[in-house]
Design a protein around this ligand. Structure first.
Ligand SMILES: [Zn+2]
Length: 243
């Protein structure tokens, strides 16, 4: 199979995995707030594991491009959040009815998934097994993230089927950025450590800025730390096998 098609298929599967996150809402209409916290912690840990694996490869040719890319990645996420005036936005407010809250949440998720697209595209350009590993880590990460987004949207009165659709649609930028990043890096291989650095920096920043802060309040620091570390450890161990 042509490698660009492979990138398209894996990034699309990762995007679609967000739909699986709706499963707990089929059982219970209102999820306990601790479950939202653990879902975020699981998403955070899987993302940290992917960022670790990306950074290791990014720093191989020397620390300059990887570190420079990481700074760019952090700057990109921070700037897009500042420009869209969502820096202070609380992401998990259930029953938040203000009209623009839903749009802002979807916008934040779209920016967030762009960074994940860069991660999948750059990893696929390293080699196929590494790309598949990062795509699977992001796919697994998208499931609990889909749970949180669907819980927030349905608590605002959005139908579950529509919430599932929106959770997948916010990940379309993931597919787009994966294919574009892959094409750029294949055309100009010297950009690869930069792209890997951008992805790693953006992912770590998203974990610290978006995913972790709210979940400490939702489920308590001990369980959040445990879930995050175990999820991260699993991806790190798998990446050690694969690289
Ligand atoms: Zn995500």
């Amino acid at each position: 199979m042509d490698l660009t098609i492979t990138v398209l298929v894996y990034s699309s599967l990762a995007a679609a995995a967000a739909a699986l996150g709706a499963a707990p809402l089929l059982v219970r209409e209102r999820l306990p707030i601790a479950l939202i916290g653990w879902s975020n912690a699981l998403a955070a840990g899987l993302m940290l594991g992917a960022a670790y694996a990306l950074l290791l490869v990014a720093l191989e040719p020397g620390s300059g491009p990887g570190a420079g890319g990481a700074l760019l990645g952090i700057g990109f996420v921070y700037w897009t959040r500042a420009a869209s005036r969502t820096t202070e936005l609380e992401l998990n407010r259930l029953e938040e009815m203000s009209p623009d809250y839903g749009y802002k949440i979807l916008l934040v998720n779209t920016v967030h998934s762009s960074a994940e697209g860069v991660a999948i595209g750059a990893a696929m350009a390293v080699n196929l097994p590494f790309g598949v590993l990062v795509a699977l880590a992001i796919a697994a990460h998208n499931v609990p993230e889909g749970t949180v987004l669907c819980a927030v949207l349905t608590s605002r009165g959005v139908r579950l089927s529509d919430a599932v659709g929106l959770a997948v649609v916010t990940n379309v930028t993931q597919v787009l950025l994966a294919v574009v990043t892959f094409a750029i890096v294949v055309a100009e291989p010297s950009v690869l450590p930069w792209a890997l650095g951008v992805a790693a920096g953006a992912l770590v920043f998203l974990v610290l800025f978006e995913l972790l802060p709210e979940c400490y309040r939702q489920a308590g620091p001990r369980s959040i730390a445990m879930v995050t570390i175990v999820a991260m450890g699993i991806v790190v161990l798998l990446s050690e096998q694969g690289i």
